[in-house]
Design a protein around this ligand. Structure first.
Ligand code: ATR
Length: 276
């Protein structure tokens, strides 16, 4: 009998995770199956218990359970401790172990477009929510010290800088301040929901003052090219879409579960095809 894997969250009906994981099982000739389970907030405890009882080998966790699942797990891996959230669970020897592959998935995908050592780059992070936290802490953990944070509510960016457990030279800025000094950054990373479908015309900042060699990265992948990335492209800047992070976080989860590397290229092709 094959191994069962899955995703818990709500909504999950439009998730592309089943498509990419099931294809990877086939491609790697593994007897695995991945199913998306719609789990409401008040069903989380019983659902996690059920997955454990039924012997599901591993699962992904998405909105709104990434934080609330933590007390239900037997162990938290360093990646989940750093992010303060869980997106991947392994069920091994009767124990549920929580990981987070978002931060490392993001960094891996960024390295596909930034060829220089990330530690030498001056980085601006837009946003101070859960996604920003995961990326900020992962980058600083990997030795990137020059990361400034800008956010609509500056106090939240300040808080995140104060909470960062790794060495950094970060300052917190308003969105307007960041716009004005944009020319000093090599990489600009957009982590808010601004520009997400259906609000596809919205941008958190203008890129007018960005330097011509800058890389502009958006973690949103629906639409593939947000209004921010469209502006970046018009200005001739290098563009990095959220498809990379989505695919790499999935590939890392697949590796944790199966100890085999899936084809990231194939996963990317499936996502691009589905997003049209
Ligand atoms: P996530 O976990 O996806 O990062 P979150 O924790 O709710 O989501 O964080 C949302 C981020 O998007 C925050 O940085 C938020 O800014 P505030 O801290 O000022 O709320 C940012 N955000 C949301 N809507 C925004 C908007 N219309 N303009 C600018 N920033 C916005």
């Amino acid at each position: 009998m094959g191994n069962l894997y899955g995703l818990i969250g709500c909504p999950v009906e439009h998730s592309m995770s089943p498509n990419i994981h099931n294809d990877a099982f086939k491609e790697r000739k593994l007897d695995g199956y991945y199913h998306a389970f719609h789990v409401e907030q008040d069903q989380l405890t019983e659902s996690v218990k059920a997955l454990k009882t039924l012997g599901v080998k591993g699962f992904n966790v998405t909105i709104p359970h990434k934080l609330s699942i933590i007390p239900l797990l037997d162990e938290l891996h360093e990646t989940a401790q750093i992010a303060g959230a869980v997106n991947t669970v392994i069920h091994k020897n009767g124990r549920l172990i929580g990981y987070n592959t978002d931060g490392n998935g993001y960094v891996r995908s960024l390295k596909d477009v930034v060829r220089k050592p990330l530690g030498e780059q001056k980085i601006l992070l837009i946003g101070a929510g859960g996604a920003a936290r995961g990326i900020y802490f992962t980058l600083t953990h990997q030795g990137c010290q020059h990361i400034d944070l800008c956010n609509r509510t500056v106090s939240k960016a300040e808080e995140l800088v104060q909470q960062c457990p790794f060495p950094n030279t970060s300052t917190s800025l308003s969105l307007t301040q960041a716009e004005q000094q944009l020319g000093s950054y090599d990489i600009i990373i957009q982590t808010t929901a601004v520009g997400l479908h259906p609000n596809i015309d919205q941008k958190p900042i203008s890129l007018k003052h960005a330097k011509s060699t800058a890389v502009v990265s958006d973690i949103i992948y629906n639409p593939i090219k947000t209004a921010l990335l469209q502006e970046a492209e018009l200005l001739g800047l290098t563009v990095h879409t959220g498809v990379g992070m989505f695919v790499h976080q999935a590939a890392l989860a697949f590796e944790l579960w199966t100890e085999q590397k899936p084809s990231v290229e194939k996963m990317t092709a499936i996502v691009m095809d589905k997003l049209g």
